[in-house]
Write a new protein. Structure first.
Length: 406
């Protein structure tokens, strides 16, 4: 009797349990479905499926952290990491780049990645990057608070695909950052920044690896100035040919601006923006050309800014970033020390950051990231490592400033 009574009590309990399981399965299915459609909408431009190596590594990390479900969405690794605030693990993200034997470089030497949860707001990112630094000459850079994300090539392509154009406009310093970006996109440590198929002389052949970045006198004409140059020559040079982004470097170092050059730049920036409505990013770099005169550089930027804003359809978002020239080295000496020396570069950066706050222009300070690096002869050009770092900083900004939420 006793036994039967217990059975009677057990049956409703089992029914209750079954009902609970059914409901939770339903909730889970609905949740998963809504997640997927959300991510698909958000990453409308994720079109790649090549170059899996780095990404697989990231996916492994996600799985290791117990969120196996997110492994369905590997191309959103960076976003997911940011959401979960999981730092990256230590690894050389350049290990599969070409020509590492001739031009050894490792992301671990460039920056300490994965020490802190990644930044997920554009403003905290800029603050953390601008105030980070190094412990010791040429040692890896550390962001100050939240972490810098290191984008593998696949992720990098997804970031760029969010834009119709990423325009670089400025001086030698910015040209080198563009070079760093090309190196990442080509996964080629030796020739990433140059048109090695277009060398004109024996001298030109020196323009690779560090020299491409450090010796502008020699290598200016060998530098890659747009993604189009690469695709026109050989589409396989590019790791993400389908990103559908135009990237160009416009060399406009002088102040006052040359109207002809400005015009060429504005034409290039506005081209196709009537039908490709993805946002446009403009990266400005200036300082040496105005002898660190805040007013002059500010008006250099404002002139370009106004022209772009007037020329681009009003509903195409424009994201703009000014990258400061960073610290100048001890090689700046004599007559130039007062205007272009270490102290002057610091004062200039601080003034430009204040200006940025006033006019609502994002500013990435690079003084603290470059002060403890060895400089090239003119105190202007960092080498491969410094420019990979700056390129990666710009990529972090490009990702966060345009996060799809408008
Ligand atoms: C960079 O470092 C200097 C001195 O070490 C400091 O005064 C300055 O505020 C720092 N810059 C930023 C953006 O934090």
């Amino acid at each position: 009797m006793y036994f039967v009574a217990r059975r009677h009590r057990l049956i409703p309990l089992i029914e209750l349990l079954l009902a609970a399981i059914t409901i939770s399965t339903l909730v889970y299915l609905i949740y998963r479905h809504s997640c997927e459609s959300f991510l698909m909408a958000k990453h409308h431009y994720d079109v790649y499926d090549e170059e899996l190596s780095h990404r697989e590594l990231l996916v492994d990390n996600i799985v290791a952290f117990g969120t196996a479900d997110s492994a369905h969405l590997p191309s959103h690794a960076a976003t997911l990491h940011r959401e979960y605030q999981i730092p990256q693990t230590k690894v050389n993200y350049l290990s599969e780049f070409r020509n590492l034997d001739k031009c050894p470089v490792s992301s671990e030497d460039v920056a300490a990645i994965g020490e802190a949860a990644p930044c997920y707001h554009k403003n905290t990112l800029l603050e953390s990057l601008s105030s980070g630094g190094r412990i010791g000459l040429d040692s890896p850079y550390h962001s100050k608070s939240c972490g810098m994300w290191w984008y593998g090539t696949h992720e990098l392509c997804n970031v760029l695909a969010k834009y119709s154009k990423v325009m670089f406009v400025g001086d030698d310093v910015l040209e080198d950052i563009f070079g760093g970006m090309m190196l990442l996109i080509r996964e080629d440590a030796m020739y990433g920044a140059v048109r090695q198929w277009h060398y004109n002389s024996i001298e030109d052949m020196k323009c690779s690896c560090e020299t491409a970045f450090r010796n502008h006198g020699l290598c200016e004409s060998a530098l890659v100035r747009s993604l189009k140059e690469l695709t026109d020559y050989d589409i396989t040079l590019l790791k993400c040919p389908r990103a559908g982004v135009q990237m160009q470097m416009h060399y406009l170092p002088r102040y006052p601006l040359d109207p002809v050059e400005v015009n060429r730049f504005v034409m290039a920036a506005t081209k196709d923006s009537d039908f490709d409505r993805r946002p446009i990013a403009v990266i400005y770099g200036h300082g040496h050309g105005s002898l660190f005169d805040k007013g002059a550089t500010a008006s250099w930027i404002s002139t370009l800014r106004d022209m772009i804003h007037n020329a681009i359809p009003y509903d195409v978002p424009i994201y703009e970033l000014f990258v400061t020239p960073g610290a100048t080295g001890p090689q700046v000496s004599g007559f130039n020390t007062l205007t272009l020396g270490l102290k002057a570069s610091q004062v200039f950066e601080s003034a430009m950051r204040d200006w940025g706050r006033d006019v609502q222009m994002d500013v990435l300070g690079t003084w603290n990231a470059t002060v403890q690096t060895s400089f090239s002869a003119d105190g202007l050009h960092g080498g491969v490592q410094t420019n990979l770092l700056k390129a990666m900083m710009v990529l972090n900004w490009l990702d966060l400033v345009n996060n799809g939420s408008g």
